[in-house]
Design a binder for this molecule. Structure first.
Ligand SMILES: Cc1cc2nc3c(=O)[nH]c(=O)nc-3n(C[C@H](O)[C@H](O)[C@H](O)COP(=O)(O)OP(=O)(O)OC[C@H]3O[C@@H](n4cnc5c(N)ncnc54)[C@H](O)[C@@H]3O)c2cc1C
Ligand code: FES
Ligand code: FES
Length: 497
């Protein structure tokens, strides 16, 4: 075990021996380090005012990502580099090209949101050259500005690389040296910290993780903390102990295993999107609209499933695709016991999942679409970007040679206490010609499948109406060639600008 948290703050090595496990990066920066450039707007991952950039090694390569410092726990930075707006100041005191671009394009008024926007643009610049407007908008969708308006800020996103090309950026010029420093911080020991009477563990191997979860079955597992972070900042929960999964390399892996893709539980939404993009353009679009970039960089597929939320975006899509969940736990004798189950049967009741003591989600197996299968997923939310679904519908169909439906998997989020299949609606489709009549019958069957709730996101009546309309949209997209082409074009345009 190692008892010291180690990371880089800019270039400065930081070592901390005692730390409250759920101290947020933002509170540490502002209250302990008095680095007040990063702002607190919402403390729940929504506004982006707290955006910082984290550099970490990904299979030996340095990767920079924008994240929300308000919901990220400080000890999860072990082995990483933390960059804040303070680190942009040049040695001669000059502005960084991103800041210069914001000045030239009049991208700031009251300035409260500005450090967050600047850091989101910095992450974009460190990862991509000549980003399209679509990419700039995506990268900024997790940042809110109440006074300037977005056009000047997007213009700054275009201008920054004209002021100085990314390869001249100080952070990229120091990439090799930074990677070497981070490499020296990596080890396979479990990080074990204590602070304010609470314990934090960050194992570096799967077997150490399994051992810890078995020893502390009541521990809170933390992946990207985009849900758990809010339990602390909004729910004021006192978590003890905390087991962080982010140092276990095996859990981050994504692999193509022939008939299916295997996603380690710690695969982030950015990585899931990249790997799953080939499966369907709508899946790509779903992932593009998942939170903001900061949430996609931190949030994981495992967390989206394990939290058991009825309105998580991935579960309906994965259930429609017939995904399998792999759970793991340590049993007596030290062996790791694995259990595979259809994802849909993991969700038992509202916030109740089929997870045994000591078990954690290890991976998700997602079958590729069989030849000739039709697939569609779409989400309806009050706000287009960075909003949770009111309803999410995902459908996979197979048609026989006679055009009749031979297999139907219709899954919805937001319609029940769990993500759930619409079995009565599926039955209404089976053996019917894929067309308006069958879809009308399926829509009429939906009230037998679901009695949705009224809540602030949508009324029950609206949810039922939308659930049917999404099915109708699926029919239109799969039967009208010109619509298909138009929709694909619109999606591509939206994604790439
Ligand atoms: C601003 C904002 C926007 C969001 N937008 C969306 C959205 O558009 N769509 C959407 O679906 N969600 C959204 N979310 C919710 C959240 O981002 C997702 O649910 C995310 O996938 C959670 O993953 P995580 O890695 O952050 O999980 P964490 O917060 O770390 O954990 C979530 C839960 O899963 C458990 N857990 C995590 N990993 C494992 C594991 N391997 N085994 C067992 N248990 C585990 C944790 O103990 C906890 O109970 C949003 C959140 C925020 C803050
Ligand atoms: S303070 Fe609003 S996202 Fe962090
Ligand atoms: S400049 Fe005031 S909130 Fe953006």
């Amino acid at each position: 075990m190692r008892k010291t948290l180690r990371f880089l703050l800019g270039d400065e090595p930081v070592e901390i021996d005692a730390c409250n496990p759920t101290l947020t990066v933002l509170d540490w920066l502002r209250l302990e380090r008095r680095m007040t450039g990063s702002k607190e707007g919402c403390a729940e991952g929504d506004c982006g005012a707290c955006t910082v950039v984290v550099g970490h090694l990904d299979r030996g390569l340095l990767r920079y990502e924008a994240i929300n410092a308000c919901i990220r726990f400080l000890p999860t930075l072990d082995g990483c580099q933390l960059l804040t707006v303070e680190h942009l100041k040049a040695e001669d005191g000059g502005l960084h090209p991103v800041q210069q671009a914001m000045v030239e394009c009049h991208g700031s008024q009251c300035g409260f949101c500005t450090p967050g926007f600047v850091m989101s643009l910095l992450a974009l610049r460190l990862n991509e050259t000549e980003p399209s407007i679509g990419r700039i908008e995506d990268a900024l969708a997790g940042n809110l500005c109440r006074c300037t308006g977005y056009e000047p800020i997007i213009a700054a996103g275009r201008r920054m690389d004209e002021i100085a090309p990314p390869e001249t950026d100080p952070f990229l010029k120091q990439r090799v040296a930074t990677a070497a420093k981070l490499s020296a911080l990596q080890d396979s020991k479990t990080l074990a910290l204590e602070g304010q009477g609470r314990r934090f563990y960050a194992p570096a191997t799967l077997s150490a993780l399994a051992e810890l979860v078995a020893a502390h079955p009541q521990a809170t597992l933390v992946a990207g903390a985009t849900d758990v972070g809010l339990w602390v900042t909004k729910g004021m929960k006192r978590l003890d102990p905390v087991i962080y999964l982010g140092r276990v390399e095996e859990l981050r892996a994504i692999s193509d295993e022939g008939e299916h893709l295997r996603f380690g539980a710690m695969a982030t939404h950015v990585d899931v999107r990249e790997a799953a993009a080939g499966l369907s353009p709508q899946l790509d679009e779903l992932m593009r609209r998942f939170g903001g970039e900061q949430v996609r960089n931190a949030g994981t597929i495992g967390g989206n499933i394990a939290n058991g939320s009825p309105i998580g975006d991935l579960p309906p899509a994965l259930i429609a695709l017939d995904a399998t969940l792999l759970l793991a736990r340590r049993v007596d004798g030290g062996e790791i016991e694995r259990r595979a189950l259809p994802l849909e049967s993991f969700f038992l009741d509202y916030r109740k999942q089929d997870r045994r003591p000591g078990e954690f989600v290890e991976a998700v197996l997602v079958p590729k679409l069989p030849d000739g299968a039709l697939f569609h997923v779409s989400k309806v939310s009050k706000r287009f970007d960075e909003d949770i679904s009111a309803v999410c519908g995902a459908f996979r169909l197979r048609l026989g040679p006679d055009g009749r439906v031979s297999e139907a998997r219709l899954a919805y989020g937001g319609m029940a206490g769990i993500p759930k299949r619409a079995k009565a609606a599926e039955a209404a489709l089976i053996s019917q010609p894929w067309g308006e009549e069958a879809v009308a019958a399926a829509i009429s069957a939906l009230p037998r499948d679901f009695t949705p709730l009224d809540d602030m996101r949508a009324s029950a009546q609206y949810r039922l109406r939308i659930a049917g309309n999404l099915l109708r949209r699926f029919l239109i997209e799969t039967t009208q060639a010109d619509t298909q082409t138009r929709v694909a074009g619109l999606l591509a345009e939206a994604a790439h600008g």
